[in-house]
Design a protein around this ligand. Structure first.
Ligand SMILES: [Zn+2]
Length: 378
């Protein structure tokens, strides 16, 4: 069965359909749409936030941390921060697998907007070891050390300069709502997998530990905001704008600015786990009227493009022979539930996180996704 509005079907985890054949993810989108208005109303909310952020930045060098990857969303976010009359500090986590286009994009946008950059570079041997550990663990989350490294880098930059706000480039209208069960991440999970499969300890990856994170959230009151939720964010128009304004280049697909992300999304996840993130992206574009359902169905039918040179590079840098790599792909599939994570701690503390969410200290999405016990988790 397939949703009558988007292109999610019954292979999507935790999907349900209502009497009109519309899926729960579409209904969730409708709710978010109401909760986060765009247009004049959205802009007024953003300006109100910017005022608060400027006040919190008084007598400091910067007002807000903006995470950058060289991608479309984060590049546009830098422009938006300036337009809101803020003094942003860009923060970048370098996992040593950046594409050249991404690096050039970051430089071009920062130079033109005169924005300083805070970078955290991980030791490349350590990162490759970690990457290899996740492949050996046989789970979908092979790129989460980068996601976690990025999240922690934002906090480190904020703490260093006493900044109270972090801008994130997510937009549910273009990126979508990733179903639970596709990808899970937390700091404990990364530590467990590395201890079990790695050959060296985690030293230079900024891992997100539970207690420092709580300290940043509760005592330092560092808040995360997703400004793209409040604007008419049309991906194609934004790409054109960035190109004209900053000489920014498109690198050929969502999350493809980095080669580990590209390998995960275009090869490993679809081939081993039948997870194709285009379902979430295209469904979002259909729901927000930026792509027709027919076009989405047509596009999804074509296999994901993949550059075989990247596979060779992964094998070479990780020291996998062809036979070893084939064994990795054949190994029985596991999930995060086969390893130690913070998930049970989050579930036990559900009431506590509800309080933090009500105090506006953690995002609703965190509370909903991480503290809920799912039916297959016993
Ligand atoms: Zn749907």
């Amino acid at each position: 069965m397939i949703c009558s509005r988007c292109i999610y079907d019954d292979r999507i985890p935790y999907i349900t359909f209502d009497g009109n054949g519309i899926c729960n993810y579409c209904r969730q989108h409708e709710q978010l749409d109401l909760e986060y208005p765009t247009g004049e109303k959205g802009w007024a909310i953003l300006e109100g936030m910017a005022k608060k952020i400027r006040e919190s930045g008084k007598n400091k060098k910067y007002d807000v941390v903006v995470g950058v990857s060289g991608g479309c969303d984060s590049s546009y976010l830098l422009y938006l921060a300036k337009k809101l009359d803020l003094r942003p500090l860009a923060a970048h986590f370098d996992n040593t697998w950046n594409s050249r286009t991404a690096v050039e994009n970051i430089q071009n946008v920062l130079n033109k907007l005169k924005i300083d950059l805070y970078t955290h570079v991980v030791d490349n041997r350590e990162y490759n070891d970690l990457f290899k550990s996740f492949l050996k663990a046989s789970v979908p989350e092979i790129d989460t050390p980068s996601d976690i490294g990025l999240a922690t880098t934002h906090y480190l930059a904020a703490r260093k300069y006493g900044i109270k706000y972090i801008f994130e480039g997510h937009s549910f209208r273009t990126e979508g709502i990733t179903p639970h069960g596709w990808v899970y991440m937390d700091g404990k999970y990364i530590e467990t997998v590395q201890k079990q499969f790695g050959t060296m300890p985690i030293k230079t990856l900024p891992n997100l530990w539970f207690l420092p994170w709580l300290k940043w959230v509760i005592f330092n009151r560092i808040k995360k905001i997703r400004p793209l939720y409040y604007i008419e964010y049309k991906k194609e128009e934004v790409k054109e704008f960035l190109n004209k304004e900053f000489g920014w280049q498109w690198y050929g697909g969502h999350h493809m600015e980095n080669r580990t992300a590209y390998f995960a999304n275009n090869f490993y996840l679809p081939k081993k786990f039948a997870i194709d993130l285009r379902y979430s992206e295209f469904s979002a574009l259909v729901r927000s009227g930026q792509m027709s359902r027919e076009e989405a169905l047509q596009k999804i039918a074509a296999p994901k493009p993949f550059d075989p040179d990247i596979l060779d590079e992964v094998k070479k840098r990780l020291g996998f022979s062809d036979a070893e790599f084939a064994a990795v792909m054949e190994k029985p599939k596991k999930t995060y539930r086969d390893y130690r994570t913070y998930k049970q701690t989050f579930e036990r503390l559900r009431w506590f996180f509800w309080g933090l969410y009500k105090l506006n200290l953690v995002p609703k999405s965190f509370y909903m996704k991480y503290t809920r016990k799912y039916r297959d988790e016993r």
